[in-house]
Unconditional design. Structure first.
Length: 567
C-alpha cells in the first residue's frame, strides 16, 4: 500500500508537518469519517478562525491554512510550516523557542529558513495588541456559555433510534458546525496557557532558577481532567462494598461485569450501579480516542471504562490520589525564587505568569471538555447509523463524510469498500508514522512496523537522556515499557512508566507509577496536566524512550530538568 485514501494534499506554501503533540491528541490512526467530518469540517476551520481572530494571519492569507492539520496514513500531524510562521510573527517568542517546547530533542527536523512573508510588522503589532487584551482578562464567561450550549445539545438528544438516517447524518454534520463555532476558544485558551507558561519560564530563568518553573505550574487547581480521575478512584473503592462486582471481575473480567449490571439487581449491586450510571452520565464522553467520533467512548463501549476500573480496584488505599480542588501552595517555591534576589520587574512577571497560567490552563481544560461532549454526540449519531446497516456497526467510520448521503441511499453498495478499507485500516495501526513529513510522506510500505523495527541504540549505564520537564520531582525506579493501556495491570507500585503517549485510558497508570516518561507531548499535554495534579514526576518528549530504555532498567527520573539517567 503506497498511500491512504484520506491523505492530505500538501500545499507547496506550507510543506512541513510533524507528529509532535499530535501523537497525543490522536495516538492511533483517525478513522476516515473522523478525519473528514470532525477535523476537516470542524477543527480545521475553527483553528483558522482563531488565527484570524488573534491576528496571526489576515483573511487575505487564507490560502494553504486549510492544511494546518494533516493526515497521512491516517495519522494526525501538525503543519510545522504554519506554526513556524506563527511563532516568527508573535512578539515575545521565536521559532527556536517554539520548537524547543514542541519538538524537544527530536532530530531530523529540517532547519528553519526564514521566509520574507514571516516578517510582517503589521501582523506583529496586531498580535501584540490582541495578546495583551487576552492576558488582561480575569474571567472567561464565554466558556460557561459554551458549556451551557453543549449540555443543552446533550440533554435534548432524544432517542436516536427514532431518527431517520437522514436526520442522523444531518445531526452529525450540524454538530461539526458547533465544533467550528467553539473551537476558536480552545485555540485561544491554549495560546493563553502557553503565554503564562512562557512568562513563568522567563522569570525563573532570569534569576538562574529555570528548574522552578515546572513547580510553579504544578497543582494549579481547577482543571477538568482531575474530576474523572478523582471520581473513578472513588468508584473503584465502592467495588469493595459490592463483593459480587469483585467476584465477577475476577471470574469473567469487564465483559462479565457489564452483563451483570445489565441483567441483575440486588442491594449491594444497585448501590454500585448508581455510582456507575452517574459516572457514565457525567464522563461518558471520555475515552482513549476522544478526538475521533468514529472511535468508541466510555458511553458507546462501557467495557472500556470497566477495564480501567478493573485495574484501579486492585490498588491499595494508601495510593489514594490527593486531588484537592484547591491550588497547590507555592510559598516554598516562591521563597526560593525570592532568595535569588529578582528585581521588581521579574517578580511582577512571575506573579502575572501564575495568574495567567491558572486562568488559561483551567480554561483550556474546560474548552476541551466542551468540545469532547459535542464530539461524543457526533459519535452517538454515527454509531446508531452503523448499528442499523452493518454487521460491524463501527465500520461505518470507514466512510468519508462526502460518502454518507450515498451510503444511506444504498447501504449495501459500500460493502466491498468498507470491508477492504477496514482491513487496510487495521494494517495502519501496526505502522510507526514518520515524525516529520517534508512535502510528501514516504510510501506506507516503507513505514516501520511497531515493536519490530528498532533503529535506536540502547542507552547504557550512566547515559543521561534529555526530554522536556513535565512535572517536578526526582524518583529512582524500575523502567516498565508499556505501549498499550490494556497492559496497565503489569505496572507495580514504584515502577516508572515508559510509553509513547498517554490519554485518559492510562488513568490507573498515573496512580500506580512512581514517575512517567513519554515520547511525545508538550507542556500542555495530558501526561503533564495529570502528572502535575497528582504530584507524579514526569518527563515528556523524550525521543524513542521506549526503545532506548530497556524494560527493567533502573533509572532516575528528574522531572524538573526533563532528564532520565540510566543507573
Amino acid at each position: 500500500m503506497k498511500s491512504w485514501f484520506t491523505d492530505t494534499v500538501v500545499n507547496a506554501k506550507y510543506p512541513l508537518f510533524t507528529r509532535a503533540n499530535a501523537g497525543e491528541v490522536a495516538p492511533a490512526p483517525l478513522t476516515p469519517l473522523g478525519w473528514t467530518l470532525l477535523w476537516q469540517r470542524g477543527c480545521t476551520p475553527g483553528t483558522v478562525d482563531a488565527y484570524f481572530e488573534s491576528g496571526v494571519f489576515d483573511p487575505s492569507e487564507s490560502d494553504g491554512l486549510d492544511t494546518i492539520y494533516g493526515c497521512f496514513g491516517g495519522y494526525l500531524m501538525l503543519n510545522l510550516s504554519i506554526l513556524r510562521r506563527r511563532a516568527a510573527r508573535a512578539p515575545g517568542t521565536s521559532v527556536t523557542a517554539m520548537e524547543q517546547l514542541l519538538l524537544g530533542q527530536h532530530t531530523g527536523v529540517p532547519p528553519y529558513q526564514p521566509d520574507p512573508a514571516d516578517d510582517a510588522p503589521e501582523r506583529q503589532a496586531e498580535i501584540g495588541a490582541r495578546l495583551q487584551r487576552l492576558l488582561a482578562v480575569t474571567e472567561l464567561p464565554q466558556l460557561d456559555e459554551d458549556a451551557r450550549l453543549v449540555r443543552r445539545i446533550r440533554s435534548a438528544r432524544g432517542d436516536l433510534t427514532e431518527f431517520t438516517d437522514h436526520e442522523l447524518v444531518s445531526r452529525a454534520r450540524d454538530l461539526a458546525s458547533v465544533v467550528r463555532q467553539i473551537y476558536p476558544r480552545h485555540v485561544l485558551m491554549s495560546t493563553g496557557a502557553g503565554a503564562g507558561d512562557g512568562m513563568l519560564r522567563r522569570a525563573c530563568a532570569a534569576v538562574g532558577r529555570a528548574d522552578l518553573a515546572v513547580g510553579f505550574i504544578s497543582g494549579i487547581g481547577g482543571v477538568d481532567s482531575v474530576g474523572p480521575v478523582r471520581d473513578l478512584w472513588e468508584m473503584s473503592r465502592r467495588t469493595r462494598h459490592a463483593p459480587i462486582i469483585d467476584r465477577t471481575f475476577e471470574s469473567g473480567g469487564p465483559a462479565a461485569v457489564l452483563d451483570l449490571l445489565n441483567r441483575e439487581s440486588g442491594s449491594d449491586l444497585d448501590g454500585f450501579r448508581g455510582s456507575w450510571e452517574r459516572y457514565i452520565a457525567e464522563y461518558g464522553y471520555r475515552g482513549a480516542a476522544e478526538w475521533d467520533p468514529g472511535a468508541d467512548s466510555w458511553q458507546t463501549r462501557p467495557e472500556l471504562l470497566l477495564a480501567l476500573l478493573n485495574g484501579l480496584r486492585r490498588i491499595d488505599d494508601d495510593r489514594a490520589p490527593d486531588l484537592s480542588a484547591e491550588s497547590a501552595d507555592h510559598s516554598a517555591l516562591r521563597a526560593e525564587f525570592l532568595a535569588a534576589e529578582p528585581d521588581s520587574e521579574t517578580t511582577e512577571l512571575l506573579d502575572n505568569g501564575l495568574r495567567v497560567s491558572a486562568l488559561y490552563l483551567a480554561g483550556r481544560e474546560r474548552s476541551k471538555t466542551n468540545l469532547m461532549i459535542v464530539v461524543n454526540e457526533m459519535r452517538s449519531a454515527i454509531s446508531e447509523l452503523g448499528r442499523r446497516h452493518l454487521a460491524d456497526g463501527a465500520a461505518v467510520a470507514m466512510l468519508r463524510d462526502d460518502e454518507l448521503d450515498d451510503f444511506i441511499a444504498a447501504p449495501g453498495s459500500f460493502d466491498d469498500e468498507i470491508r477492504e478499507r477496514s482491513m487496510r485500516f487495521g494494517e495502519l495501526r501496526d505502522l510507526e508514522p514518520p515524525y516529520i513529513v517534508d512535502t510528501a510522506p514516504p510510501p506506507l510500505s516503507n513505514w516501520p512496523v511497531r515493536a519490530v523495527t528498532d533503529t535506536h541504540p540502547r542507552a547504557q549505564r550512566g547515559d543521561v537522556l534529555t526530554g522536556l520537564a513535565g512535572s517536578p520531582g526526582t524518583v529512582a525506579g524500575r523502567a516498565r515499557i508499556l505501549r498499550d493501556s490494556d497492559d496497565v495491570d503489569l505496572l507495580q507500585s514504584g515502577d516508572v512508566l515508559i510509553t509513547p503517549t498517554t490519554d485518559p485510558a492510562w488513568t490507573p497508570a498515573f496512580l500506580i507509577a512512581a514517575a512517567v516518561v513519554v515520547e511525545t507531548g508538550s507542556v500542555l499535554s495530558h501526561a503533564v496536566i495529570v502528572s502535575r495534579e497528582l504530584g507524579t514526576p514526569s518527563v515528556i518528549s523524550l525521543a524513542a524512550a521506549t526503545t532506548r530504555i530497556r524494560d527493567g532498567d533502573r533509572i532516575l527520573v528528574d522531572g524538573a530538568h526533563g532528564t532520565v539517567t540510566i543507573l
